[in-house]
Design a protein around this ligand. Structure first.
Ligand SMILES: Cc1ncc(COP(=O)(O)O)c(C=O)c1O
Length: 414
């Protein structure tokens, strides 16, 4: 198309306004994430917005041999459809990986291989959430999950977090309050998106006990679990209560998003119904990605691969924390993540970070404002900073630009 052509079929008199005909579910928000991620500035912009894995962690050398072998010797499987639940080798690989990192082995027959973590959430919504059903989430929580719950017209309730993760006492007070009991609780216990915080061991135990008492399905998203910088991870919620917890995992952060693969394990009835739903969705996750993943697991590559990724992210997190210390005004506070991709920054109450994000574009720095991560209007003076995709030497400059903006806005508020 040349530069004067904008469309092959121009809008004109008599053309239908298709948006008027959209299904009701397509009118329920959903544009938040797209709008935020499209806030790009100049080519020089340092972007702390997307939760993208660092390309430096992609195992390119291992893939060169592995993919060539699959193409040469395994095309009949790797290029074919797969069973809806996943190839047997992929389900075994997920079971092996989960066993090695969580100390409990799921039966491979109960593993559903999905096209990423977000598909697992969508399938779960299809099985579990009718319009108006109550769903509880951490406040704040992952935008993609909020969008999935909203599309199902769920009534989403946000339970506060503090330095120890979800406030389980607040959840208990909410349950005792006599309102509708949520059908499920969605929680990211390790290095959470967006705060970087983790749920303490004591709260993990209390949470699964409370939810099993009330008959609430705990949906545990372990997207960042294997990316702790130092300490051994705490027990997964699924390993503490496999009959109460549906675990959703993804290979996007620990391998690469191009494989577009995730998993669901948990109560057999739930996983089975999700698999039935998948038959009406994409039918199966891509075979090539599944073969790449299972060969990578079977080849024993994961421990060294994860160790290298942890080192890289730990360096970036440390660079961001020390840059924040140098550049932020005294009234700002931030989390100190022990893993994952994110720091959560709180600036003085009068500063609207959605407006600040617009001004930051002009200064060559991008971030995600806090409000969309909540369901109830909180977070207007908060910011999610993803350090994962920015090299250490650029982190300092990006935070310096942001610090200048926050300092100026703080003065204007004073
Ligand atoms: C907590 C959480 N869960 C799930 C996902 C989505 O993973 P996937 O790329 O596998 O759909 C993300 C991606 O940002 C995430 O942060």
């Amino acid at each position: 198309m040349n530069s004067t052509q904008t469309s092959l079929v121009p809008e004109g008199p008599g053309s239908v306004n298709w948006t008027d005909r959209f299904a009701a579910r397509a009118r329920i928000g959903g544009g938040d994430l797209t709008a935020i991620l499209s806030l790009v500035g100049s080519a020089d912009t340092i972007t702390f917005s997307g939760g993208f894995p660092a390309p430096e962690t992609f195992p390119v050398a291992a893939m060169e041999t592995l993919v060539a072998r699959l193409v040469g010797h395994d095309a009949a499987v790797a290029f074919q459809y797969t069973p809806t639940e996943g190839l047997p080798s992929s389900r075994v690989a997920v079971a092996d990986l989960v066993e090695s990192t969580q100390g409990l082995r799921p039966d491979p027959a109960d593993v559903l291989v999905t096209s990423g973590g977000i598909e697992a959430l969508q399938l779960l919504c299809g099985v579990f959430v009718d319009a108006g059903d109550a769903v509880a989430v951490e406040a704040p929580t992952y935008l993609g999950a909020l969008m999935a719950f909203r599309r199902s017209a769920a009534h989403v309730v946000g339970i506060s977090m503090d330095g120890g993760g979800l406030d389980v006492d607040e959840l208990e007070r909410h349950l005792r309050g006599g309102g509708p009991v949520p059908k499920l609780l969605y929680v990211i216990p390790d290095h959470q998106n967006p705060t970087g915080l983790s749920l303490t061991l004591e709260r993990r135990r209390a949470l699964v006990e409370l939810c099993s008492r009330y008959g609430i399905l705990v949906v545990e998203d372990v997207a960042y679990r294997e990316l702790g910088f130092d300490a051994e991870p705490l027990p997964s919620l699924w390993s503490l209560a496999p009959h109460t917890v549906l675990q959703i995992g993804t290979f996007s952060k620990i391998l690469f998003p191009g494989v577009r693969l995730g998993w669901a394990i948990g109560p057999r009835a739930v996983v089975g119904a999700m698999a039935a739903g998948k038959q009406n969705a994409d039918q199966c996750a891509g075979a090539l990605g599944q073969r790449i993943m299972s060969e990578f697991v079977a080849g024993g590559h994961f421990p060294a691969h994860l160790a290298a990724a942890r080192r890289l992210y730990a360096g970036r997190a440390a660079a961001m924390l020390s840059a924040l210390g140098r550049s932020m005004p005294p009234a700002a506070t931030w989390t100190r993540p022990a893993g994952g991709f994110f720091v959560w920054l709180t600036v003085p109450a009068g500063i609207d970070t959605t407006l600040l994000a617009g001004r930051a574009q002009g200064e060559g720095v991008a971030f995600v404002p806090g409000a969309p991560f909540y369901v109830d209007g909180r977070g207007r003076n908060q910011i999610r900073l993803a350090f994962s995709g920015v090299p250490e030497d650029r982190i300092d400059e990006g935070v310096r630009r942001l610090g200048r903006l926050v300092t100026d806005s703080t003065r204007m508020e004073a």
